[in-house]
Design a protein around this ligand. Structure first.
Ligand code: GRG
Length: 295
């Protein structure tokens, strides 16, 4: 199956999973649950949950647990980070996933609480859905909580805010920010898939290395698109990095070198994928198609 069709079928499973595993919009208090679903249901590429499912599918173990709740959990956590990132005290954005941001559609307090609830729900889901396999449940919770914590996702966001305030982030600062703010969640999506697939620590390390490369490529693509794409296509405000004089890969290295870096990181990720067990063609093609967003 070519990459688009396979991705479509994974995304369809993820949409069903989100509907099944997140409280209904009319659950009391309905304003909170409606706001959680408003942001989740706005769409998004569903890259992280698709990676969880795609890696779990590579398993050659006789029977593995359903990876869908884990895929939903990572999308809930990712969506919380986007809602909070858009708040006036952070990036102060009006548009996300082609819709008004949650604090614009509802209000700031509701957006804050909807983010908090999605974050908490991610861990509740991992605890509940895998309760029959406590070692697995623990491994997934540990993986996701390490990534979402103060030394990775939140730490990367903090460094980003401080770097933005300084306006003079170095290439090392920039790598620190994006290894933690962007690559960490992509790395963890792959590793959660590997944990579900019952892979050993060497294979999980390979997934981490692939995720690091894929995640940095993804961020550089994001920086390039902020300069070259339009708001309607991306569904979020473009040109913001330039307007806020933010340090980005494009600002530090220029468009051409940034494009080369995307290619290098993508090639590295593909090489690691190709050494994994099972049919890795989809993962390799997905990495290629992510890089092609800038062509
Ligand atoms: C608030 C703790 C906290 C963290 C925020 C995710 C994030 C960290 C900030 C969002 C801004 C940004 C550009 C982050 C870099 C990672 C990135 C490109 C996120 C957007 O991911 P996509 O493109 O979004 O996969 P969709 O909407 O497709 O899910």
């Amino acid at each position: 199956m070519e990459v688009t069709n396979k991705l479509k079928s994974l995304v369809a499973r993820i949409e069903t999973g989100l509907d099944q595993h997140v409280p209904a919009a009319d659950t009391r208090p309905s304003q909170l649950h409606a706001a959680m679903r408003y942001s989740l249901e706005a769409g998004g590429k569903r890259l992280r949950p698709a990676l969880v499912l795609a890696v779990a599918e590579l398993s050659e173990a006789p029977k593995i647990p359903d990876p869908l709740p884990a895929a939903v959990a990572i999308e809930c956590l990712h969506t919380y980070s986007l809602i909070h990132d858009d708040l006036p005290c952070m990036d102060d954005d009006d548009l996300r996933r082609g819709r008004a941001t949650v604090h614009r559609e509802f209000d700031e307090a509701t957006a804050l609480l909807a983010g908090d609830s999605l974050l908490t729900h991610a861990f509740a889901l991992l605890a509940e859905a895998y309760a029959a396999t406590p070692t697995l449940s623990h491994a997934l919770i540990r993986e996701l909580s390490d990534t979402a914590g103060s030394q990775r996702l939140i730490g990367g966001q903090m460094a980003d805010l401080l770097g933005e305030a300084k306006g003079d982030a170095t290439p090392e600062d920039l790598d620190y920010i994006h290894l933690n703010k962007t690559a960490a969640m992509i790395e963890t999506a792959l590793v959660m898939g590997g944990i579900l697939a019952k892979w050993d620590s060497e294979q999980l390390d390979a997934l981490r290395r692939a995720g690091r490369n894929l995640g940095l490529a993804f961020q550089i693509v994001d920086d390039i698109l902020d300069v070259t794409a339009d708001t309607a296509t991306l569904g979020k405000t473009v040109g913001k990095d330039e307007a806020t004089q933010k340090t980005t890969y494009v600002r530090l290295h220029g468009l051409e070198v940034s494009r080369q870096k995307v290619q290098q990181r993508t090639t590295e990720a593909i090489a690691i994928f190709s050494d994994l067990p099972g049919d890795t063609a989809f993962l390799e093609n997905l990495a290629r198609s992510m890089a092609q967003r800038i062509n």
